[in-house]
Design a protein around this ligand. Structure first.
Ligand code: TYD
Ligand code: MG
Length: 454
């Protein structure tokens, strides 16, 4: 009988230790070590069809290189996030909260790619359940195969027979490899299964999509090494109660990591939102106080977002400050600036701030719109519906320059706005005559308020 070898693994970072320890020396977390059985026997691993000769160093100028033939999916948003299509042999990990739509997104991709043979491995749902979802999405495909299997060895056997052009695994936490005896979903299983799939992807040049669960802190469950191993990490996020979903690349070896795709969840699957500014600004007939539009950038993509605020007298002692989609600390800072530099008495007011569409905005260029929106609610005077804002606000009440202001102005112009407020310090790089929209440059908050409430 072979001796069972066990080892302890940190469930947070994947560090290994021969014995149990209370605090992980690698990541500093407490109580994260769990015993796992390791037993590597000489069972046959996936070895591919070709007999590999061990590689020799090659001078870089002798390496032949052809432009990779990326697979163009029918999904424009996914193509954009991946940096222009799927690279052959790449491994793409998609993480997201349960129920956000990861399985829907990838099944939709599988059904849409009619010219490629796609194998969808489902470890979570039965064939009937996948079929039900496909019926709901309503696309017919003859080239999409479903396999409900969780053992990687069996999956590779089926792959050798079917030879798919694209492999989708839902989810990596349900797979298990017989080389390791710990339970599916444990750190060592997830790592081993990913390594096997990675080897398969690189040797056969087949792209592989992996769905990964996330922990309650929002990280992809499993060791951080998982994110290092794969080529691309995508996050699928959004508020489950709202229809909008955002697909964001957090790591991409073959493209920019700041791209963003926006979808809307409908009763028949996910729909691409190619003009997000239109949906993020609420439709209304009258101008209301407390609303300001900001021209922000999410990654490389200009987006117009609506900021709503409500300022009202605090009836219970300490005034409340609450934000959705914006950093509360930043709100407090801006309130202090408004109080000290522009003379708004905010100390006795409750302030509620909301960014519509369920978006979380980190771009500092929303500052000016936040200040305008709060001031508008405080004064109960509305801001004209075709004005928008793009600038950062400093502690001295100064209006600071932001990057790529031309892109923001162009988006505002495209959306039919008449006037945009930016910082005077953006002037150097800019030719306002080039735009059909009025570009108003200011350097201090007082100038803004003089114009808004005159
Ligand atoms: P799902 O893809 O199962 O999420 P995940 O794999 O990330 O856990 O998404 C399921 C949610 O999406 C579920 O709450 C139902 C909803 N949904 C729709 O609204 N329309 C649809 O066409 C489909 C297939 C799902
Ligand atoms: Mg799922």
């Amino acid at each position: 009988m072979s001796k069972i070898k066990t080892s302890y693994f940190c469930q947070s970072c994947g560090a290994q230790s021969p014995k149990w320890i209370g605090r992980c020396p690698a990541c500093g977390q407490w109580n994260t070590y769990v015993e796992e059985v390791l037993q590597r026997e000489d069972k046959k691993k996936y070895s591919g069809t070709s007999q590999k000769i061990s590689p020799k160093p090659t001078p870089i100028h002798e390496i032949s290189y052809t432009q990779e033939n990326r697979i163009q999916t029918c999904d424009g948003e996914l193509n954009r996030v991946l940096g222009g299509g799927i690279v052959p042999g790449s491994v793409i990990l998609i993480g997201g909260e349960p129920g956000i739509g990861k399985s829907t997104l990838l099944l939709q991709l599988a059904l849409n790619l009619v010219s490629h043979k796609v194998l969808y491995v489902s470890g979570e749902e039965s064939e009937q359940q996948v079929k039900m979802r496909a019926e709901r999405i309503g696309i017919k495909s003859d080239n999409c195969y479903i396999l409900t299997e969780t053992s990687t060895q069996n999956i590779f056997k089926q792959i050798e027979i079917l030879e798919p052009d694209l492999l989708i695994v839902d989810s990596i936490q349900t797979l298990h490899s017989s080389f390791i005896e710990s339970a599916a979903g444990s750190i060592s299983q997830v790592r081993e299964c990913t390594a096997e799939l990675l080897r398969y992807a690189k040797e056969s040049a087949t792209p592989v999509f992996l769905i990964g669960h996330i922990t309650k802190e929002g990280m992809i469950a499993g060791p951080k090494v998982l994110e290092h191993m794969v080529d691309t990490v995508l996050q699928f996020e959004g508020d489950r109660h709202l229809a909008y979903r955002i697909l964001r690349a957090t790591k991409n070896r073959f493209g920019s990591a700041s791209e963003l795709g926006i979808y809307e969840m409908q009763s028949n699957g996910l729909r691409e939102v190619s003009n997000p500014s239109e949906v993020l600004i609420s439709q209304r007939d009258d101008d209301l106080s407390g609303i300001a539009i900001s021209a922000t950038l999410e990654g490389n993509r200009p987006l117009l977002v609506e900021i709503q605020s409500l300022v009202s007298i605090a009836t219970y002692g300490t005034p409340q400050r609450s934000c959705t989609g914006f950093d509360t600390k930043r709100l407090n800072m801006l309130l202090a600036v408004l109080e000290k530099r522009a003379g708004f008495r905010m100390g006795t007011q409750d302030v509620f701030l909301n960014i519509t569409g369920g978006l979380y905005v980190e771009d500092p260029a929303v500052d000016l719109a936040v200040c305008a929106s709060i001031a508008s609610s405080f004064e109960d005077k509305c801001i004209s519906g075709n004005w928008c804002f793009a600038a950062e606000v400093g502690l001295g009440g100064e209006v600071r320059a932001v990057n790529r202001v031309e892109q923001r102005i162009t988006e505002a112009e495209k959306m039919g706005f008449k006037k945009i407020f930016i910082s005077r310090y953006n002037k150097k790089e800019l030719f306002p005559e080039r735009f059909n929209i009025e570009v108003r440059m200011i350097s201090r908050l007082d100038e803004l308020f003089a114009e808004l409430f005159s």
